[in-house]
Design a protein around this ligand. Sequence first.
Ligand SMILES: CC(C)(COP(=O)(O)OP(=O)(O)OC[C@H]1O[C@@H](n2cnc3c(N)ncnc32)[C@H](O)[C@@H]1OP(=O)(O)O)[C@@H](O)C(=O)NCCC(=O)NCCS
Length: 334
Amino acid sequence: MPESLRSSRIIGTGHYVPTRVLTNFDLEKMVDTTDEWIVTRTGIRERRIAAENEACSDLSLAACKEAVAMAGLDPKDIDGIIIGTISGDMQFPATAAFVQDRLGAINAAALDLSAACSGFIYAVNMAHAMIVSGQMERVLVVGAEVLTKFVDWSDRSTCVLFGDAAGAALLEACPRGEGILATHMKSDGALAELLCLPGGGSRHPLTPNTFADRTRFIKMKGDGVFKWAVRAMVDATHTVLEQAGYSLSDVAVVIPHQANIRIIDAVAERLEIPRERVVVNLDRYGNTSSATIPVAYDEVVRAKKLKPGDLVLFTGFGGGFTWGSVLLKHAISL
Ligand SMILES: CC(C)(COP(=O)(O)OP(=O)(O)OC[C@H]1O[C@@H](n2cnc3c(N)ncnc32)[C@H](O)[C@@H]1OP(=O)(O)O)[C@@H](O)C(=O)NCCC(=O)NCCS
């Protein structure tokens, strides 16, 4: 198929969340907070916490197995694995390399992509571009995080927000006009300090100081993030709809990054989209960063709420700042 006639579609999805549940009431016993504060300010009621011996590749592998099974493929048929994550197993190698080995995807290239909470949207963009270029036929895309291992459990302004999860989507080549219709990615590195984990990289290598000054944990300026998040997701949504020549009334469901119910409400209000078409699951999982969108999509798919041809819009934002959207025609029939 010539490049100009190619697109990609999602033919399988999967997700995994750890078994341990941490409720807001549990958090009341850990920091100076209340269930009422957390629910009214964020919409979150509980989140999942990875076990001590559970790492990012463990969560990813479980999600990937489900996606590959749904697609009915042999892992040998996968050409690439891209994991959007900022909480990988190790500094290197890539978490995708561990998944490639344990999945038996012996013909796949493997890489991680760092775009914080936009990791899945960025990874879908990359996988789509590789398929459209003709370089690959099938790419497994994952959003997976174990951020609870990088959260300061004494900082009530961040520790109540995050949870652990992984979501996967298997992309395969298809004719243009089907599957992914438009993609958009943007960034503004001038906003890096709004949301970052400063310690542990080459700027501030891990030393006893990074433990003492707590720079080895996630730092966030919540109000700044809030304002940018709303603007970014609204802009990215309009951009992909314009690219593809559709309007929001054509879209069956919008799946926004699940960071805060007030951010989602503000986006829905500005887009003038009815709330029943906006997918929300953050009450059960909190902000699982790059995993929020693929986990929510998999839940919608498995609940059979979509039929082939329905338009689905992903939109998200994250540290960097990074943001973006994907508009696609749903292609899975269960
Ligand atoms: C973090 C966030 C929930 C805070 O909500 P807010 O309404 O802006 O609250 P404020 O920052 O004004 O804080 C109000 C007060 O609550 C306090 N507070 C913060 N966390 C608290 C908690 N868990 N429990 C109780 N009180 C808390 C603050 O210390 C502050 O107290 P002060 O007025 O005495 O200083 C909100 O800013 C947010 O969601 N931002 C986006 C964060 C995000 O999405 N990050 C991930 C991006 S991918």
